[in-house]
Design a protein around this ligand. Structure first.
Ligand code: SF4
Length: 746
């Protein structure tokens, strides 16, 4: 992308913002402007507005805004924060450019062209809401509530999601954050220790950090990174299993360059070695685990040699890792991961991580897995109603049991998509997309297009135009996280070993919304009224909801503003194992559903001849496809070069900086190209790129066509048998240079 364009855009956004917001609307007591208590050097003349909570990613750091003449000049960490403190990351900083992006959605729009090739006509909110309300009501009247499917994402999508699930009564809701990301992790840990694990490992106080595929440093969440760096500074050893020399691998004491898909075999061998050599925590196993004998019997085939062959790594290195873990147990931090939808065998991998933590006795101890004891705040929303199983696609009525027994909340994406496309077992005819971009998060874009084409009505609510918004009939502009009340964020001090404290904060606007952008309560309630659910509406405004939630802990918006946006109170000691805590090493309930009761390795498909496995991951300065159009972040990382092994590159005639496209093993070609990064830091059988580039929507004038959309190449569906979540790393590609398809040598 030419610099001229981005510079022009920068000037456009500056002028637009300054011209559009009257001073009186921004700087008032109700926005939370404080006098000077939090002013920092270098921001003289700016007013500090408290109450910001970042949503450039899900970590949600606490912010203050520097506002001058009604314009948000800068975002900083809230100095009162005991979580992220004054630090925010590059993406957090660049929230200013999202706020003033000239490509942002400004008005309600109607598509008077075709889905996928839209022509937009500006309409009034009344027209837009009337059309959404009547089309959705028609669907319910004609096909039932199950005729609506919903793809939500982010804090603002929770209220509308609850509306459609609870008041309208559809089960057909699928969140990418569960079904294409962390849902498998959560349900696997719930099946093992009774709780979702979050990322709750006590990194500052650990002796060994153990990462399977986690690439902290490229994957950035401020307080998590602070914990990680503190742990390393305190002398923790780091073990990283990754096919790629990631930012974490670069800091590792032991880098395990494992073959993709074989991680479970690797962990079974480590656990078997610990068991066979009496190097596990016998007291913990005796007191806090269930099914040890069956577990030990089930994994005993996994010798070091067998795993070494399967994982393509030295047996001696597996032993070295096992010895390091045993020597430092129980103070070892085994990261549960975040995006874990990899290969369609991921429930078992996550169970193995949870069990490994268990036999090392590393729960609730310093440096192990430790859930912080944060405050509990109420959550006002639509009242839950029982809508039965009749139209639940994840319920097998012949067998009287769930299709995917360990699905995360919502319905597995493929069950919804297959039903919508085929019309069986019932028609799904309206689709609501709220803050999610299924075209770049859900595998197999052709099936997503087929779904949208099968609909009578599609509505999208978003901040930016994205690849999915091109498929909407009605497109509604939402206020961003910097312009609305919203989410309550709670937690504790970032280092669990320090003075025990808890915090409560609420997202508050740093500036008011411009143009005709509205928040989720307004949009949802107006649609609900038109669908006949007015009597069930739980709150009239976002402020009312936040105040009602805060009232459950004797706080209010006003009180929080007076406390610089964050209430801090004494906390509780998180260490010490609860008596009832149990690790189900062998889980009979899982076995009863016909799936393995002990963690089990399920091999994944090998590379077809001439193809490399496509791996993808997070970029440190982008939030997947959501930040593609952000001018600052684009300038920091304009595209996503593909990592190619140096020996492979030499054999097929590629050099650093070459321009390449891709074709996958099902014949799907990338619509755009990227550059080659030649490196010894990746296995020969894989290529790697950052996820979330190559938008196809021309309304994103910066992000369109920048880099390659990895999701467009992920067409083969692996579905995790226990959860129904996707595995997305069983897709294989060849590179195309100057029109010539290059075979990847074995
Ligand atoms: S880690 Fe960065 S992007 Fe994520 S919430 Fe914090 S500042 Fe925002």
């Amino acid at each position: 992308m030419a610099f001229n364009l981005t510079r022009r855009k920068f000037l456009q956004t500056a002028t637009l913002a300054a011209a559009s917001v009257p001073l009186s609307k921004v700087v008032s007591a109700s926005t939370g402007v404080t006098k000077s208590a939090l002013d920092t050097p270098g921001t003289a003349g700016d007013q500090t507005v408290v109450g910001g909570i970042c949503e450039m990613c899900f970590w949600r750091c606490q912010l203050v805004g520097k506002v001058r003449d009604g314009r948000l000049m800068k975002l900083e960490g809230n100095p009162k924060s005991i979580d992220n403190g004054t630090a925010i990351c590059a993406r957090g900083n660049a929230g200013v450019k999202l706020l003033y992006d000239v490509d942002r959605l400004k008005y309600p729009m109607k598509n008077v062209g075709k889905r996928g090739a839209p022509k937009w006509k500006r309409i009034s909110w009344k027209e837009a809401l009337d059309e959404c309300g009547s089309k959705l009501k028609n669907t319910v009247d004609q096909y039932g509530a199950q005729g609506i499917c919903v793809f939500p994402h982010g804090a603002s999508a929770k209220y509308p999601m609850h509306y459609f699930e609870r008041a309208v009564g559809t089960h057909n809701v699928s969140e990418a954050s569960f079904f294409q990301c962390r849902g498998i992790r959560d349900t696997a840990y719930v099946a093992t220790i009774g709780k979702a694990p979050g990322e709750k490992i006590d990194m500052p106080n650990t002796k060994v950090l153990f990462f399977i595929g986690d690439h902290l440093g490229e994957n950035i969440h401020v307080s998590h990174i602070k914990q990680y760096i503190q742990g390393l500074q305190n002398g923790a050893k780091l073990i990283v299993a990754d096919p790629r020399f990631s930012a974490s691998a670069a800091k590792a004491d032991i880098w395990v360059q494992i073959k993709p898909g074989t991680d479970t075999a690797y962990m079974l061998a480590i656990m078997n070695y610990l068991v066979q050599n009496d190097k596990y925590d016998k007291e913990f196993v005796e007191d806090h685990t269930d099914g040890f004998e069956q577990f030990a019997e089930s994994i005993k085939e996994w010798t070091l040699e067998k795993a070494a062959k399967e994982c393509d790594i030295p047996a001696a290195q597996i032993k070295e890792v096992a010895e390091m873990l045993a020597a430092n147990a129980p103070n070892v931090a085994i990261h549960p991961g975040r995006h874990v939808s990899w290969h369609g065998n991921d429930f078992q991998r996550e169970r193995a991580l949870a069990c490994l933590t268990g036999i090392l006795g590393a729960y609730y101890v310093k440096g192990g897995w430790v859930p912080a004891k944060g405050p509990k705040v109420g959550g006002v929303s639509w009242k839950k109603e029982d809508h039965g199983h009749k139209y639940d696609l994840n319920y097998d009525h012949h067998e009287d049991e769930k299709v995917y027994p360990y699905n995360p909340p919502g319905t597995p994406t493929d069950l919804i998509r297959d039903c919508a496309i085929s019309g069986k077992p019932y028609p799904i005819k309206s689709c609501v997309v709220w803050g999610q971009n299924p075209m770049q998060t859900i595998p197999n874009q052709q099936m997503m297009k087929d779904l949208f084409n099968a609909m009578d009505f599609v509505m999208c609510v978003d901040v930016m135009p994205t690849d999915v918004t091109a498929w909407a009939d009605i497109l509604l502009p939402e206020a961003s996280y910097l312009e609305r009340y919203d989410y309550i964020k709670t937690g504790t001090q970032w280092d669990l070993s320090k003075e025990h404290q808890q915090y409560i904060s609420a997202r508050m606007p740093l500036v008011p919304p411009m143009f005709e952008r509205k928040d989720q309560i307004y949009i949802t309630n107006e649609i609900a009224k038109r669908m006949g659910h007015e009597a069930k509406i739980p709150v009239k405004t976002m402020e009312e909801m936040v105040d009602k939630n805060l009232a459950t802990v004797n706080l209010s918006i006003e009180k929080l503003k007076a406390e610089d946006g964050i209430h801090i109170q004494p906390g509780k000691d998180p260490y010490g194992i609860p008596e009832e805590f149990e690790v189900r090493l062998f889980n009979e309930d899982i076995a009863d559903t016909g799936h393995p009761g002990a963690p089990t390795y399920i091999p994944v498909p090998d590379n077809p001849k001439g193809f490399a496995r496509l791996l993808y991951g997070r970029a440190p300065v982008h939030t997947f496809n959501r930040s593609q159009n952000n001018v600052w972040l684009h300038n920091a990382m304009p595209d996503n070069p593909v990592w190619v092994n140096d020996e492979v590159a030499a054999k097929i005639g590629l050099i650093d900086g070459d321009t390449v496209g891709f074709v996958n093993s099902e014949g799907v070609e990338s619509a755009t190209t990227t550059t080659v990064k030649v490196t010894a830091g990746i296995r020969k059988d894989c290529v790697y790129m950052y996820h979330g580039f190559g938008s196809a929507n021309p309304l994103m004038t910066i992000g369109v066509g920048a880099g390659v959309d990895d999701t467009s190449l992920i067409t083969k569906l692996a579905v995790d048998p226990e959860t129904g979540c996707h595995g997305m790393r069983n897709n294989f590609v060849k590179l195309i240079k100057n029109g010539k398809v290059l075979d990847i040598p074995a």
